[in-house]
Structure formats: C-alpha cells, structure tokens
Design a protein around this ligand. Structure first.
Ligand SMILES: Nc1ncnc2c1ncn2[C@@H]1O[C@H](COP(=O)(O)OP(=O)(O)OP(=O)(O)O)[C@@H](O)[C@H]1O
Length: 256
C-alpha cells in the first residue's frame, strides 16, 4: 500500500520461546479507520508496541508516511504525528484534564497554565470530545468511560496523522461509545487521520471500521471488509462465535 500513512511489513517479535508476531504486515491509509481484532494473546498489543516504537521488532520495518521509522523512538514518532492511547490510562493524575492536553502540546516547554494557544486548542478538543464541562476535573475522579475519553482527547491535543487506539471503548456506557465513534469518524473524514483500532467489542469495530485485520497466534488470519471478515470460517473458528442474533465475541472485554 504505497499511499499508507502507517505501514508495517514483515514484523516478527519473539519473547524467548514465545513467537508473539510472525511476518505481520498491516497498513492504514489517511482517513481510513482500520480495526485490529483477535483473541487474547493474538499479538495486538505487541504490534501496537512495535508500531508506536515502544518495542523494536526482531524482523520487519515500520513506515510513517513513507519514512522508515523502525529505529525511531516513540517521542520522535509522536512528534511526527503518531499518537497512541493505552489500555491503562496514562493521564497525569496531579494535573487537570485540560492541563493534560496543554502538556501534551508543549512537552518540556510546559510551564504551569501553558500558553493561550495551547489552552484554546485544549478547550476546542475537549468540546469536540464532549468533555468541556470536565476541563478542571482531575483524571482520578472520573469514571472509567470519561477517563478513557479524556485519554483520547489528550491523543488529539495536537492533530495526529495516525492514531492507534487500544481498547478505547472498554468500560464505556453506550452513550460514551456513541460519542467516541462520532469523534473517530470525524477525525478520519474531516482531518484525514488514519486510525488503527484494537477493540474486543466486535460489534463496535464492525460498525466503525471500513477494513478489519484479524490476528491469531501472532499471524494475520484474515483481512477485509467487516462483512467479509465476519463470514470467514477461519475467523469464526478462531475468534468469533455464532449466535442467533449474529456474531458475538468469544474473548471477554478486558476489565481494566
Ligand atoms: N513482555 C512479555 N514477555 C513475554 N511474553 C509476552 C510479553 N508480552 C506479550 N507476551 C506474549 O506474547 C503474545 C502476544 O501477547 P499480546 O499481549 O501482544 O496479545 P494481545 O492480542 O494484545 O492480547 P490481549 O487481547 O489479551 O491484550 C502472548 O502469548 C503473550 O503471552
């Protein structure tokens, strides 16, 4: 995929005797929302770690907007437009939600309060995420769904070129999930951001994504439109179960 904003090719990672990823290739185009699903232990988090620079792969390359970033640090990748959210929230607990977004923009230059420009951008992003009433709240006081939304807002504090979302809907109410889906759709459609989404809630992934990649035992098992992936017998065997109502997930949502 030559026009990809993010492309990983031939990725291999081993943890001692465990083959976590083997010859995995994934690409995301600008403005595309791509899902990454698979059973527990399939290698999704390890792949996110490789894409974001937190883990060097034993094999393969990662390209950001065509530039080989395999040897680049997470900070370098973030500076060049790659953002990631985590299963465990990473907000600074001693700062307000708004200040978390200000710090995300200013990094080491940050002084308490931040610049007017950073504060204005933080307010704009919080409003877009439906968090305008919580700018002064501390992350630790927020229920899990709102804290995850705040984590997403922090990832958007500087407009990203590509966004890696790690189980963003986990612990969210239906209303929060709808809002999350709206924010991600707008980001992709209006700002051309490429999104790669790991999520155990298969219904959420199938609704939101135009393409889905299925990992199993560290390898790409299937890839294609949600309808195609849903109908794939190998995917059903490895991950999806059939019910009268349709396809549901087998792996339980991560309670973290
Ligand atoms: N630091 C580590 N040391 C040893 N083995 C690891 C380590 N991290 C992951 N693994 C192993 O690598 C494989 C892939 O794990 P990974 O966490 O990437 O899967 P996952 O698809 O994200 O799972 P989950 O859905 O449960 O988060 C698993 O077999 C896991 O036990």
């Amino acid at each position: 995929m030559n026009d990809a904003v993010l492309a990983a090719s031939g990725i291999g990672v081993r943890f001692g005797g465990v083959r976590a990823l083997h010859d995995v290739s994934v690409a995301v185009r600008p403005g595309e929302i791509c899902g990454l699903i698979g059973p527990n232990g399939a290698g999704k988090t390890t792949l996110f770690d490789v894409l974001s620079g937190m883990r060097r792969p034993d094999a393969g390359r990662v390209r950001l907007a065509g530039v080989d970033v395999t040897a680049r640090s997470p900070v370098w990748r973030a500076r060049h437009g790659m953002r990631r959210t985590f299963q465990r929230q990473q907000l600074f607990g001693q700062l307000t939600v708004a200040d978390n977004l200000v710090v995300a923009q200013e990094g080491g230059r940050w002084r308490r309060g931040g610049t007017a420009r950073s504060r204005a951008r933080a307010a704009e992003v919080l409003a877009a995420c439906g968090l305008d009433g919580l700018a002064g709240a501390y992350p630790g006081t927020l229920p899990v769904g709102l804290a995850r939304t705040a984590e997403l807002a922090r990832a958007l504090a500087e407009p990203p070129r590509v966004l890696l979302l790690d189980e963003p809907a986990s612990g969210m109410t239906e209303e929060e999930r709808q809002r999350l889906a709206g924010v991600v759709r707008r980001l992709a459609a209006e700002e051309g951001c490429g999104v790669l989404l790991v999520e155990h809630d298969v219904g959420f992934v199938m609704d939101l994504c135009s393409r889905v990649v299925v990992l199993d035992l560290g390898e790409v098992l299937a890839e294609g439109s949600p309808a195609r992936v849903r109908a794939d017998p190998a995917v059903r065997d490895a991950y999806l179960g059939s019910t009268e109502a349709g396809v549901t997930e087998c792996a339980p949502p991560d309670p973290r």
